[in-house]
Design a protein around this ligand. Sequence first.
Ligand SMILES: [Zn+2]
Length: 390
Amino acid sequence: MKTTLRTDITVGDICKGFYYNTLEGKGVRGWSGKLVIQPEYQRNYIYANGRDDVAVVESLLKKYPIGLIYFLKNGDEYEVLDGQQRITSFGRFVTGKLDVLDANGMPHKFDPALHGWLLKTPLTIYICEGEGDDPEREIKDWFRTINIAGKQLTEQEFLNATYSGPFVTAAKTVFSNSANANMQKWKRFVAGDEKRQAVLATALDWVSKGDAEGYLKDHRYDSNISELTGYFDSVIAWIDGIFKDTRPEMCGLKWGRLYEKYGKRPYDPDRLWERVEALFADAADEKIKSKGNIFEYVLGGETEPQLLKVRIFKPEVARKVYARQTADANAKGKSNCPDCALGHDANAKRIYAFSEMEADHVTAWSKGGATSEENCQMLCKHHNRVKGNS
Ligand SMILES: [Zn+2]
């Protein structure tokens, strides 16, 4: 089978001679008569619901890509293998048979003065030609396989097809190549399957500050990818330089954003890693909820506890509450653990040392209780554990 990518065929080309059969509800022909829009084996046109059809047209009007279209070449004629719903939708709009809503929510028809530019929008079309004894059968079988057994395209696979050219080709040899000697190193920090373009997606996301598609659009015909690889290498080198070890939680973090924010600050790698380990130890007994954020928390100098949703009281708060509770307990001749003080056994009058007690949320943290002095009480370790869920 032979496939040819065509990016020169426009909406206007396809709409030339577009004919929609209202009675049967199907787009019949287009592209100056040489395209069969709804071959018999295709499912019916189901987008005529004022929602899916309008969405196709609105995507085009917003200059969003509407995805890959496949044509089957059959002598001098073509059949739509995939894309008939989209083609029929924009065909109906251009021929005045479908209204879309304008910015004010008012329905309006295609207006050549307003929407003429739309006709010049190029589509991304694969032309497939069979080569064996029964070429048409070969292609239809292939197409059924990729559509039914095959997987959906990932977002990046889709972008690669839409903006195919020298840039994507060169970028894939670096970032989609499992045999690349650096791949294992990269994947400590980058999540996903490089063969499904996850590493390339990350590299583009980093260099473009989150606008991979815009970046691909701008660089589509460049064969030089050194900005992309250079930026990616800088981020990886930065992570490697300031963190002296690796944890699995480092995989898939928004490193591009962290690099932009913290990449110029000085760090002591020994100290930084010591804090990472200490915070993960706290996370192990669930005092910290958002483990992945530990890295950003330490990079930011531990000034934003909301990143961790911290539920640990500061030692000075615990000491203050301990001193107050203990003075009060001594005066009353009761235990400084308020729960022990309620009992009738030997512990009812026991004064615990600071190290024998733990800080507890009076209103449970899980119920929105603050990690503040007002909401802190010291309990003996036994009662703190009995209470649990603090
Ligand atoms: Zn107690």
